[in-house]
Design a binder for this molecule. Structure first.
Ligand code: ADP
Ligand code: MG
Length: 263
Protein backbone atom coordinates (compact mmCIF):
# COMPACT_ATOMS: atom_id res chain seq x y z
CA UNK A 1 0.00 0.00 0.00
CA UNK A 2 1.32 3.40 -0.94
CA UNK A 3 2.20 5.76 1.88
CA UNK A 4 0.66 9.15 2.27
CA UNK A 5 1.59 11.69 -0.41
CA UNK A 6 2.89 14.95 0.97
CA UNK A 7 4.27 16.34 -2.24
CA UNK A 8 1.06 17.20 -4.13
CA UNK A 9 0.24 20.75 -5.15
CA UNK A 10 -2.18 21.18 -2.24
CA UNK A 11 0.81 21.16 0.09
CA UNK A 12 2.98 23.54 -1.89
CA UNK A 13 3.39 27.12 -0.83
CA UNK A 14 4.49 29.44 -3.56
CA UNK A 15 6.33 32.62 -2.73
CA UNK A 16 4.91 35.38 -4.87
CA UNK A 17 6.68 38.38 -3.37
CA UNK A 18 10.00 38.62 -1.60
CA UNK A 19 11.47 41.87 -0.33
CA UNK A 20 14.98 41.60 1.11
CA UNK A 21 16.73 44.25 3.19
CA UNK A 22 14.95 47.27 1.73
CA UNK A 23 16.49 50.54 2.88
CA UNK A 24 15.42 54.03 1.94
CA UNK A 25 16.43 57.50 3.08
CA UNK A 26 15.03 60.89 2.17
CA UNK A 27 18.08 63.15 2.54
CA UNK A 28 19.38 62.36 6.04
CA UNK A 29 16.08 60.83 7.19
CA UNK A 30 16.43 57.03 7.14
CA UNK A 31 12.85 55.92 6.60
CA UNK A 32 13.37 52.19 5.97
CA UNK A 33 16.15 50.28 7.64
CA UNK A 34 16.57 46.83 6.09
CA UNK A 35 12.97 45.69 5.80
CA UNK A 36 12.41 42.09 4.62
CA UNK A 37 9.11 40.37 3.94
CA UNK A 38 8.14 37.17 2.13
CA UNK A 39 4.55 36.67 1.02
CA UNK A 40 3.00 33.42 -0.20
CA UNK A 41 0.42 33.27 -2.95
CA UNK A 42 -3.08 33.81 -1.60
CA UNK A 43 -2.03 35.50 1.61
CA UNK A 44 -3.68 38.64 2.92
CA UNK A 45 -1.11 40.61 4.89
CA UNK A 46 -1.97 43.71 6.93
CA UNK A 47 0.75 46.23 7.72
CA UNK A 48 0.09 48.34 10.80
CA UNK A 49 2.16 50.84 12.75
CA UNK A 50 2.31 54.45 13.89
CA UNK A 51 1.99 57.33 11.46
CA UNK A 52 5.31 58.17 9.82
CA UNK A 53 6.94 54.79 10.53
CA UNK A 54 7.49 54.03 6.83
CA UNK A 55 4.48 51.87 5.88
CA UNK A 56 3.63 53.79 2.70
CA UNK A 57 7.26 54.09 1.69
CA UNK A 58 7.71 50.34 2.07
CA UNK A 59 4.60 49.61 0.02
CA UNK A 60 5.79 52.03 -2.68
CA UNK A 61 9.24 50.41 -2.69
CA UNK A 62 7.62 47.05 -3.46
CA UNK A 63 6.75 48.22 -6.96
CA UNK A 64 9.47 50.84 -7.27
CA UNK A 65 7.11 53.79 -7.17
CA UNK A 66 9.75 54.78 -4.64
CA UNK A 67 13.23 53.60 -5.53
CA UNK A 68 14.93 51.86 -2.61
CA UNK A 69 18.55 52.79 -1.90
CA UNK A 70 19.33 49.15 -1.25
CA UNK A 71 17.65 45.80 -1.29
CA UNK A 72 16.01 43.29 -3.58
CA UNK A 73 12.41 42.94 -4.64
CA UNK A 74 11.25 39.77 -6.38
CA UNK A 75 7.68 39.43 -7.60
CA UNK A 76 6.59 36.36 -9.48
CA UNK A 77 9.76 35.70 -11.51
CA UNK A 78 11.03 39.24 -11.86
CA UNK A 79 13.68 40.55 -9.54
CA UNK A 80 15.40 43.88 -9.06
CA UNK A 81 18.39 44.26 -6.82
CA UNK A 82 19.64 47.65 -5.70
CA UNK A 83 23.05 48.02 -4.14
CA UNK A 84 23.36 51.79 -4.04
CA UNK A 85 24.73 53.70 -7.00
CA UNK A 86 22.84 55.57 -9.65
CA UNK A 87 19.47 54.49 -10.96
CA UNK A 88 19.96 53.45 -14.58
CA UNK A 89 17.72 53.14 -17.61
CA UNK A 90 18.07 49.36 -17.43
CA UNK A 91 16.80 49.53 -13.82
CA UNK A 92 13.81 51.52 -15.02
CA UNK A 93 13.01 48.81 -17.57
CA UNK A 94 13.15 46.17 -14.83
CA UNK A 95 10.99 48.29 -12.52
CA UNK A 96 8.48 48.63 -15.33
CA UNK A 97 8.34 44.84 -15.67
CA UNK A 98 7.99 44.42 -11.93
CA UNK A 99 5.09 46.88 -11.81
CA UNK A 100 3.20 44.79 -14.35
CA UNK A 101 2.77 42.16 -11.62
CA UNK A 102 1.33 44.62 -9.10
CA UNK A 103 -2.02 46.38 -8.69
CA UNK A 104 -1.95 49.42 -6.43
CA UNK A 105 -4.86 51.10 -4.69
CA UNK A 106 -4.46 54.43 -2.88
CA UNK A 107 -6.39 56.16 -0.13
CA UNK A 108 -7.54 58.85 -2.55
CA UNK A 109 -8.89 56.55 -5.34
CA UNK A 110 -6.92 58.31 -8.14
CA UNK A 111 -9.37 57.48 -10.93
CA UNK A 112 -9.09 59.39 -14.20
CA UNK A 113 -11.76 62.08 -13.73
CA UNK A 114 -12.60 62.64 -17.40
CA UNK A 115 -13.26 58.99 -18.18
CA UNK A 116 -16.21 56.80 -17.34
CA UNK A 117 -15.80 53.99 -14.85
CA UNK A 118 -15.75 51.50 -17.73
CA UNK A 119 -13.03 53.47 -19.55
CA UNK A 120 -11.01 53.73 -16.36
CA UNK A 121 -10.94 49.95 -16.08
CA UNK A 122 -10.35 49.29 -19.81
CA UNK A 123 -7.58 51.83 -20.31
CA UNK A 124 -4.44 50.07 -19.06
CA UNK A 125 -5.20 46.70 -20.71
CA UNK A 126 -5.88 48.56 -23.98
CA UNK A 127 -2.83 50.84 -23.88
CA UNK A 128 -0.25 48.75 -22.04
CA UNK A 129 -1.22 45.22 -23.06
CA UNK A 130 -2.79 46.10 -26.44
CA UNK A 131 -5.85 44.02 -25.60
CA UNK A 132 -8.57 44.28 -28.28
CA UNK A 133 -11.32 46.78 -27.31
CA UNK A 134 -14.11 44.19 -27.28
CA UNK A 135 -12.07 41.86 -25.05
CA UNK A 136 -10.99 44.68 -22.72
CA UNK A 137 -14.60 45.83 -22.42
CA UNK A 138 -15.92 42.35 -21.66
CA UNK A 139 -13.25 41.88 -18.98
CA UNK A 140 -13.90 45.33 -17.51
CA UNK A 141 -17.64 44.66 -17.30
CA UNK A 142 -16.96 41.36 -15.55
CA UNK A 143 -14.63 43.00 -13.01
CA UNK A 144 -17.04 45.85 -12.39
CA UNK A 145 -19.82 43.34 -11.77
CA UNK A 146 -17.54 41.56 -9.33
CA UNK A 147 -17.06 44.76 -7.28
CA UNK A 148 -20.79 45.55 -7.46
CA UNK A 149 -20.64 48.42 -9.94
CA UNK A 150 -22.47 47.00 -12.95
CA UNK A 151 -25.06 49.80 -12.71
CA UNK A 152 -22.45 52.56 -12.66
CA UNK A 153 -20.17 51.67 -15.56
CA UNK A 154 -21.02 54.70 -17.69
CA UNK A 155 -20.80 57.22 -14.87
CA UNK A 156 -17.91 59.57 -14.18
CA UNK A 157 -15.90 59.22 -10.96
CA UNK A 158 -17.08 62.53 -9.45
CA UNK A 159 -20.69 61.31 -9.51
CA UNK A 160 -19.87 58.22 -7.41
CA UNK A 161 -19.60 57.80 -3.65
CA UNK A 162 -16.13 57.33 -2.19
CA UNK A 163 -16.83 53.64 -1.68
CA UNK A 164 -17.91 53.23 -5.30
CA UNK A 165 -14.82 55.09 -6.51
CA UNK A 166 -12.58 52.87 -4.42
CA UNK A 167 -14.26 49.73 -5.74
CA UNK A 168 -13.76 51.06 -9.28
CA UNK A 169 -10.10 51.66 -8.45
CA UNK A 170 -9.81 48.04 -7.29
CA UNK A 171 -11.42 46.82 -10.54
CA UNK A 172 -9.02 48.98 -12.52
CA UNK A 173 -6.03 47.48 -10.73
CA UNK A 174 -7.38 43.95 -11.21
CA UNK A 175 -7.77 44.53 -14.95
CA UNK A 176 -4.02 44.12 -15.39
CA UNK A 177 -4.25 40.63 -13.84
CA UNK A 178 -1.71 41.35 -11.11
CA UNK A 179 -0.01 38.71 -8.99
CA UNK A 180 -0.23 40.99 -5.96
CA UNK A 181 -2.56 43.78 -4.91
CA UNK A 182 -1.16 46.55 -2.70
CA UNK A 183 -3.51 48.87 -0.82
CA UNK A 184 -2.39 51.98 1.05
CA UNK A 185 -5.08 52.82 3.61
CA UNK A 186 -7.87 52.05 1.16
CA UNK A 187 -10.66 52.92 3.58
CA UNK A 188 -9.17 55.84 5.51
CA UNK A 189 -11.07 58.43 3.47
CA UNK A 190 -14.39 56.60 3.81
CA UNK A 191 -17.07 56.55 6.46
CA UNK A 192 -17.39 53.16 8.19
CA UNK A 193 -20.49 51.93 6.35
CA UNK A 194 -18.98 52.68 2.95
CA UNK A 195 -15.58 51.34 4.05
CA UNK A 196 -17.27 48.02 4.75
CA UNK A 197 -18.22 47.67 1.03
CA UNK A 198 -14.56 48.01 0.11
CA UNK A 199 -13.39 45.59 2.80
CA UNK A 200 -15.96 43.07 1.58
CA UNK A 201 -14.47 43.24 -1.92
CA UNK A 202 -11.05 42.54 -0.42
CA UNK A 203 -12.41 39.58 1.55
CA UNK A 204 -14.00 38.21 -1.64
CA UNK A 205 -10.69 38.54 -3.50
CA UNK A 206 -9.01 36.72 -0.63
CA UNK A 207 -11.47 33.85 -0.97
CA UNK A 208 -10.58 33.67 -4.68
CA UNK A 209 -6.90 33.33 -3.79
CA UNK A 210 -5.64 36.83 -4.63
CA UNK A 211 -2.44 37.85 -2.83
CA UNK A 212 -2.98 41.16 -1.03
CA UNK A 213 -0.92 43.50 1.15
CA UNK A 214 -2.84 46.21 2.97
CA UNK A 215 -1.55 49.13 4.97
CA UNK A 216 -4.37 49.89 7.36
CA UNK A 217 -5.38 51.59 10.60
CA UNK A 218 -8.33 49.22 10.86
CA UNK A 219 -7.10 46.78 13.49
CA UNK A 220 -10.44 45.00 13.55
CA UNK A 221 -10.18 44.22 9.81
CA UNK A 222 -6.49 43.34 10.12
CA UNK A 223 -7.27 40.86 12.86
CA UNK A 224 -10.36 39.32 11.32
CA UNK A 225 -9.31 39.12 7.67
CA UNK A 226 -5.52 38.77 7.51
CA UNK A 227 -3.40 35.67 7.41
CA UNK A 228 -0.57 37.60 9.06
CA UNK A 229 -0.09 41.06 10.55
CA UNK A 230 3.14 42.99 10.11
CA UNK A 231 3.84 45.62 12.78
CA UNK A 232 6.29 48.34 11.70
CA UNK A 233 7.87 51.05 13.80
CA UNK A 234 10.80 53.38 13.11
CA UNK A 235 11.44 52.04 9.60
CA UNK A 236 11.67 48.40 10.69
CA UNK A 237 9.46 45.38 10.96
CA UNK A 238 9.18 44.79 14.69
CA UNK A 239 6.90 41.78 14.66
CA UNK A 240 5.15 39.55 12.11
CA UNK A 241 2.64 36.96 13.08
CA UNK A 242 -0.72 35.35 13.39
CA UNK A 243 -3.34 38.09 13.89
CA UNK A 244 -4.98 36.66 17.02
CA UNK A 245 -1.65 35.82 18.57
CA UNK A 246 -0.24 39.28 17.92
CA UNK A 247 -3.36 41.10 19.12
CA UNK A 248 -3.81 38.98 22.26
CA UNK A 249 -0.19 38.52 23.11
CA UNK A 250 2.17 40.97 21.37
CA UNK A 251 5.78 39.99 21.97
CA UNK A 252 7.41 43.40 21.61
CA UNK A 253 6.63 46.29 23.99
CA UNK A 254 6.29 48.63 20.99
CA UNK A 255 3.60 46.39 19.47
CA UNK A 256 1.85 46.20 22.83
CA UNK A 257 1.89 49.98 23.20
CA UNK A 258 0.60 50.54 19.65
CA UNK A 259 -2.18 47.97 19.91
CA UNK A 260 -3.11 49.27 23.36
CA UNK A 261 -3.50 52.78 21.97
CA UNK A 262 -5.40 51.60 18.86
CA UNK A 263 -8.03 49.42 20.47
P1 ADP B 1 3.55 56.02 7.07
O1 ADP B 1 2.91 55.58 5.80
O2 ADP B 1 3.90 54.91 8.00
O3 ADP B 1 2.75 57.08 7.78
P2 ADP B 1 5.54 57.17 5.32
O4 ADP B 1 6.18 56.04 4.64
O5 ADP B 1 4.54 57.96 4.56
O6 ADP B 1 4.95 56.70 6.73
O7 ADP B 1 6.65 58.21 5.78
C1 ADP B 1 7.78 57.83 6.55
C2 ADP B 1 8.69 59.04 6.70
O8 ADP B 1 9.23 59.36 5.44
C3 ADP B 1 8.02 60.29 7.22
O9 ADP B 1 8.92 60.93 8.07
C4 ADP B 1 7.80 61.09 5.97
O10 ADP B 1 7.79 62.45 6.25
C5 ADP B 1 9.00 60.72 5.13
N1 ADP B 1 8.71 60.77 3.68
C6 ADP B 1 7.83 60.01 3.00
N2 ADP B 1 7.84 60.30 1.70
C7 ADP B 1 8.76 61.29 1.53
C8 ADP B 1 9.25 62.03 0.40
N3 ADP B 1 8.79 61.79 -0.83
N4 ADP B 1 10.20 62.96 0.62
C9 ADP B 1 10.68 63.19 1.86
N5 ADP B 1 10.27 62.53 2.97
C10 ADP B 1 9.32 61.60 2.81
MG1 MG C 1 1.13 56.09 4.92
Amino acid sequence: MAGPEFSGPAFCVETVLCAESISKSFDSNKVLNGVSLTVERGELISIIGPSGCGKSTFLRCLNFLEIPDEGTVTIADDSIRRAGGAWKASDEALAHRLRAHVGMVFQSFNLFPHRTVLDNVMLAPRVVKKVAPSVAEAEARELLAKVGLEAAILRYPATLSGGQQQRAAIARALAMRPDVMLYDEPTSALDPRVAEEVLEVMRALDREGMTQIVVTHDIHFARAASDRIVFMDGGEIIEIGDPDEMCDNPRDPRTRRFLGASS
